[in-house]
Design a protein around this ligand. Structure first.
Ligand code: MRU
Length: 338
């Protein structure tokens, strides 16, 4: 479990849906370990405490993407429900945990397919996309979110090219999206993050499609740092700005974007590039990993339940009511195992 949490923290596993899936399996792993490793006395109670502690540790590995605490909470709720049975034993708890983790995994895979289908219908013929960060297979367990829209549009013969932001500081666009798109044979051009305005001004971008880490009840969107400025530029140039995310990224419990916890990472991620210093030693830097795009700048949110439009409070409310979820209260118990 600590290794899973460390992998999430270090971005070895990253992208909102994928850290949710990893957190779910990490919680299930704690349940399986608890079933395997204990003596006979009070085994079920001890197993539950172990899973509780693991869930608390995993849920806080990264703060911004809601998928992580939400998926962990679902597995924990399944374990707690199994513990209520009169004949509950640690094996039953482990089975319940694993079944819920697999269910989440399956749902996210199906979500990618549905997002691609709904999103591709919005794409004009010959579309020139601009995207930010990485939202593909390396961020999900299938074709991705924003990237599923792109690949589905190309599969339908409607794509022309993709402008890929390099996505400083950690270069998810250059390292991951560029690799994934080329592997799929999709024409793409890597650009510095600072090129977006000029591309739009020259009429070279038909639509912007990005992912999300958490979408508040009012439609404000937290996503990789740099997303907000793209939305402002898109508005200025009359370019549609679409957010693609599964319903597991909707967070009706968070009223607005200013309530979303924004991850602050090690400032050395900004002062270095691939481990090499790009600023004088000791330069103060800010490691803000995400920003918030106000709902007013979002043309539509493409989810696996359909395309959500303003007023977002209503459309997000309806979509999230139809989504399987257990919210934070399931993680209320933070005690350590005895
Ligand atoms: O810090 P990262 O690489 O996990 O950030 C990822 C993003 O911001 C993605 O756009 C978001 O998680 C959506 S992934 C389908």
């Amino acid at each position: 479990v600590p290794a899973v949490a460390a992998a999430i923290r270090s971005l070895a596993v990253r992208g909102a849906p994928l850290i949710g899936i990893a957190g779910a399996y990490g919680t299930a792993l704690a349940a399986v370990r608890a079933a395997a490793g204990r003596g006979r006395s009070a085994r079920t109670r001890r197993a539950l405490m172990d899973v509780d502690a693991a869930a608390a540790a995993l849920a806080k590995a990264r703060p911004t993407a809601v998928n992580l605490p939400a998926a962990v909470a679902r597995v924990l709720a399944a374990v707690r429900a199994a513990a209520e049975a009169p004949d509950a034993d640690p094996e039953a708890l482990a089975g319940a945990a694993l079944r819920e983790a697999v269910r989440i995994d399956d749902e996210e895979r199906e979500a990618c397919v549905a997002i691609g289908r709904f999103g591709a219908a919005l794409v004009p013929d010959g579309a020139r996309f601009l995207t930010h960060c990485n939202t593909g297979t390396l961020a999900t367990n299938w074709d991705g979110t924003a990237q599923a829209v792109i690949t589905a549009a190309f599969d339908a013969g409607r794509g022309s090219t993709v402008w890929v932001d390099e996505t400083r500081p950690l270069l998810q666009g250059a390292r991951l999206t560029a690799w994934e798109l080329q592997r799929r044979g999709i024409p793409m051009t890597l650009v510095a993050d600072t090129a977006a305005g000029s591309l739009m001004a020259r009429g070279l971008v038909d639509l912007v499609v990005v992912g999300a880490d958490r979408i508040a009840a009012n439609g404000d969107v937290a996503n990789k740092i740099g997303t907000y400025q793209l939305a402002v530029l898109a508005k200025h140039h009359g370019v549609p700005f679409y957010v693609a995310a599964p319903v597991s990224t909707l967070d009706p419990g968070t009223p607005t974007g200013s309530d979303i916890p924004i991850e602050d990472r090690d400032p050395r991620e900004v002062t270095t590039l691939n481990g090499r210093a790009v600023a004088p030693a000791g330069t103060p830097a800010a490691g803000q990993a995400f920003d918030v795009t106000p709902a007013a700048l979002v043309s539509a949110i493409v989810t696996d339940r359909g395309v959500l439009r303003a007023p977002f409070r209503r459309s997000i409310g309806a979509a999230s009511r139809s989504a399987p979820s257990v919210r934070e209260p399931a993680l209320a118990s933070r005690r350590e195992p005895a």
